[in-house]
Design a protein around this ligand. Structure first.
Ligand code: PXL
Length: 274
């Protein structure tokens, strides 16, 4: 008798599915909200597990609190048990316990992982309880496909200053080689008015992406979340990593140019475009 075997598909599900594990930004520009918008733009179905709730706008962080660990674990486990997830992206992981809980789940599943090591909001306010860089490095980076630090996050991961254009390539390489991953080091905070440089280190090669400096209007946040979500969407579509990175950088550049602006209660507020 013929026993029907479940079909194992080598193609991604249509549409492909991505999971973001990140914080909620009630103002809709960063965090989970930015990730879901970005997934949708790239034709990827977005699942989300909320790590932390942040009461904020681009101008101010008023309050934040982490979600209980068992509730976070169930959000992640229920969707991973139910959907064929092509890629996972992490954003704000606000405590050591959260990082460990996420790592324990993802270690058992072999899913491409993009890690945006968010530690502070664009206002400069810390969104984490304690220094999480050591635990991020030891628990999450070894199972990560791509980590996307900015320069201060790269400094924290490497325990050394990463401040100049000349530091970027060696820092991206050192993060990638130390943790057996790939690293996109974002040079957006480089001093001066010259071209911006983002440096990808992938499979032993440096891929510099330079683009004209575009004035990020004050009060825009969520560029890092959007970039890492766009790259995750590219990976969900099975693009090579360097292609996903190139398209992601281009997408964020476009959204900065297309930023929305509102005036309310005597204040100007801006948000990445669509
Ligand atoms: O932009 C970094 C970031 C990530 N995640 C959440 C945030 C922010 C910045 O404000 O609120 C939830």
């Amino acid at each position: 008798m013929l026993v029907k075997q479940p079909q194992v598909s080598v193609m991604p599900p249509t549409p492909p599915i991505a999971l973001t594990i990140a914080g909620s930004d009630c103002s809709g520009g960063a965090g989970i909200q930015a990730d879901l918008k970005t997934f949708q733009h790239f034709g990827v179905h977005g699942l989300s597990a909320i790590t932390s709730i942040v009461a904020e706008t681009p101008l101010e962080v008023r309050q934040w609190a982490p979600v209980d660990i068992p509730l976070l674990q169930d959000q992640i486990n229920i969707v991973l048990d139910t959907y064929s997830v092509s890629v996972v992206k992490t954003g704000l992981l606000p405590s050591l316990m959260v990082i460990i809980a996420v790592a324990e789940i993802l270690e058992k599943r072999n899913i491409p992982l993009v890690v945006d090591p968010v530690m502070i909001a664009s206002t400069g306010t810390s969104l984490i309880h304690e220094d999480t860089s050591g635990t991020l490095s030891s628990r999450l980076l070894p199972i990560t496909t791509l980590v996307t630090p900015n320069m201060s996050e790269a400094s924290a991961l490497l325990n050394r200053d990463v401040t100049t254009r000349q530091d970027l390539e060696a820092a991206a390489r050192d993060i990638a080689e130390t943790y057996h991953t790939s690293c996109l080091l974002k040079g957006g905070h480089l001093p001066g008015n010259g071209d911006r440089l983002d440096m990808l280190w992938h499979d032993g090669l440096a891929y510099p992406f330079s683009h004209p400096m575009c004035d990020i209007p004050k009060g825009i946040h969520g560029t890092g979340c959007t970039l890492s979500a766009a790259i995750a969407a590219g990976l969900a579509h099975r693009q090579p990593l360097e292609t996903a990175v190139e398209k992601g950088i281009h997408y964020v550049q476009q959204l900065i140019q297309d930023a929305h602006m509102w005036h309310h209660n005597g204040q100007t507020i801006q948000c990445l475009g669509w």
